[in-house]
Design a protein around this ligand. Structure first.
Ligand code: SF4
Length: 468
């Protein structure tokens, strides 16, 4: 997915920038980048963060860099921020999102006279470079950013830094957040995650609306393009991607997860000895479940955290699974002969949950009941770039439906969305048997939407119901 942070001040902003970006490390595993603007122009650093945390990789840059305005990112894919020289002058740019129609846009830009794009290893064009090229098609930056919103199929939220300040533009339908924080009269920050500025002394100034564009500099915040009225914020931000201390649209991730647990507990009839969350993604959902049901929350297995940093997360799935297993250590007295309920945010391919369940049986568990805080995933995300496996063909739901029906066309998938239908119940039972769970239940889509506490028309639920 990726995240960003930017800061402007009349003094040096590098301290805030460094820690603000670092607080986005849970959103990406590949690249980190930061750029500052000072009297000598731009100073930028980009590093690979696959095997070492952002703070370690950027420690030397942190000591060296100076500037009163800067932006940076944690990127799950391309190296960024990019420095771009154009007829708008030189600017730095960083983006979060996904472009589905890259080839179409590239052809269009070639037809308009663009001579080349640099390719990254693997042959892809850097999506942030593509966004800059679109911006450069227009006479001014604002029209250029609006042209990005118009042209791309997908979603792009961006920060653009030049001598005027930071332009922050939230994607057209507000799938990802963009928030401005303020501290005193002249210090402002822009951030993806709302909690990233709290320990730096900022308070919320405003959360941008869908498609809104603002200019932020030490003199203040100016809205350049008003927000649109159609919002489709990513529900997965609350369920899994967001950090528990973040809030979107006024609701914290932690609270939303308690709500999910609460609604699941209200519909459940199973009475296990304890409720646990897969650490850390299922913990808050399990707390919500335990509080509502009165069944004790326990930790039958615990992550060995001192040396397994979150940032050490290879992008290859097999390695990720292996490492996920290496980190978990059982607590035998809490498992032996017990009936356990285990909750996670979602079940994607099912392999990790099956391995965890086997691990609990092997450690002496009598029963392992699995609950997923989100409904069965039927579609891959079209709007955001995730490192987590999101190939539709690998989804356990798709594999099961294909086995049952012989196809996964749109009509067939639609018939599996309703949790009260026989087809849905058959699919869940098939998944349960295949993964060797004692029982399996998914949170219902209507309950998950309710857990977000905002108008449900404002939520993106495409990956569960295919509705755009
Ligand atoms: S499709 Fe799913 S993951 Fe993608 S933006 Fe919508 S809710 Fe989020």
């Amino acid at each position: 997915m990726g995240g960003f942070f930017g800061a402007v001040s009349k003094k040096d902003c590098v301290f805030d920038l460094f820690f603000g970006i670092d607080y986005h490390s849970h959103l990406g595993t590949r690249r980190g980048g930061m750029v500052v603007l000072n009297e000598n122009g731009f100073d930028r650093a980009i590093h690979n963060i696959e095997n070492a945390p952002f703070r370690t990789k950027f420690a030397a840059d942190f000591e060296k860099m100076k500037g009163s305005m800067g932006i940076g990112c944690i990127s799950d894919y391309e190296p960024q921020p990019l420095l771009v020289r154009s007829h708008h002058g030189t600017y730095a740019i960083t983006t979060v999102g996904k472009i589905n129609n890259v080839e179409e846009i590239v052809s269009k830009l070639f037809a308009c006279g663009r001579s080349h794009f640099l390719e990254m290893s693997g042959g892809d064009i850097n999506p942030t470079e593509l966004v800059a090229s679109i911006i450069n098609q227009k006479d001014n930056l604002i029209e250029g950013i609006q042209y990005v919103h118009e042209l791309i199929d997908g979603s792009i939220t961006l920060l653009l830094l030049n001598e005027n300040g930071i332009y922050v533009a939230r994607d057209k339908y507000g799938r990802t957040p963009a928030i401005i924080g303020s501290r005193g009269k002249n210090d402002y920050c822009v951030t993806f995650e709302s909690f990233a500025y709290l320990n730096l002394g900022y308070k919320e100034y405003k959360e941008l609306g869908p498609g809104e564009i603002c200019l932020v500099n030490p003199d203040g915040v100016k809205t350049l393009v008003n927000p649109g009225n159609k919002m489709r914020i990513c529900t997965f931000l609350w369920v899994y991607y967001g950090y528990p201390t973040s809030s979107y649209e006024g609701l914290s991730v932690e609270k939303m997860r308690y709500n999910c647990g609460k609604y699941m507990a209200r519909r459940d009839t199973v009475k296990p000895d304890s409720v646990a969350g897969v650490p850390d993604s299922g913990t808050a959902h399990a707390v919500g479940y335990a509080n509502e049901s009165g069944i004790p929350f326990e930790r039958p297995f615990i992550k060995y955290t001192p040396t397994w940093l979150r940032s050490f997360m290879p992008t290859r799935q097999e390695k990720r699974n292996l490492i996920a297993r290496m980190k978990l250590i059982p607590v035998h007295d809490l498992i032996n002969g017990k009936s356990l309920m285990l909750i996670d945010d979602s079940i994607v391919r099912g392999t990790q949950m099956r391995e965890t369940t086997e691990f609990l049986y092997n450690s002496g568990a009598k029963e392992v009941h699995i609950r997923s805080a989100c409904p069965p995933l039927l579609y891959g995300c079209k709007y955001l770039n995730f490192s987590r496996t999101n190939s539709e063909l690998e989804l356990i739901t798709r594999k099961t439906i294909l086995r049952l029906e012989g196809n996964c066309d749109r009509e067939t998938l639609d018939s599996y969305v309703n949790p009260d239908s026989d087809k849905y119940k058959t699919m869940v039972e098939e998944i349960r048997k295949e993964l060797h769970f004692t029982s399996l239940q998914f949170n219902r889509l209507d309950d998950m939407k309710k857990a977000c506490e905002i108008d449900e028309d404002k939520l993106c639920t495409y990956c569960w119901d295919g509705k755009e």
